[in-house]
Design a protein. Sequence first.
Length: 188
Amino acid sequence: MAKIYKPKYVKKILVSTKEVKAGITKAANWINKHYAHCKKRPILLGILKGAVPFYAELVMQLNFDLHFDFMTLSSFRGNMKAVSDPKIVTNLLNDIRGRDVIVVEDVLDTAKTLSVLKKYLLGKKPHSLKFVVLADKVDMRVVPFKADYVCFSFKGSPFLVGYGLDIKEVARNLPYIAEFDKKYLNKL
């Protein structure tokens, strides 16, 4: 078995690879339960780039036909804190009117981005709209928001990396969720 890559900027592994995969399987089971019998194929909407590993693992465990779609929203641009209000960079390809839409996101923290996204998507008149999140930093809320399904919740304000979560576009490929050691911020 290959050695697990643990760079020096990883302060602590919070969720192991095995635990991440088990959490994603539970999310897939929740989605299968709620969407396997939809009349129209649901749309699984991944939020780029962070949701890619979560999305890829999740979609392979869904037991029904669906459509893929992706959006890119930007507010961080490589920083640890948002530098602007969330903006849509890449929009939907599918018309979601009357469709069941499941948004797949890597992290829910302040909820500014997901609140803007929710308002935007509801304006497109979907039949239903649900949010499935890999990591919920519950103490970071600035605006009220509750995901419909959360794989992992975190207290406090750890800066999370791994499994799609990044710092300056680094660490997305770590096969676990870890806390970033902020003393390495200027060394990336």
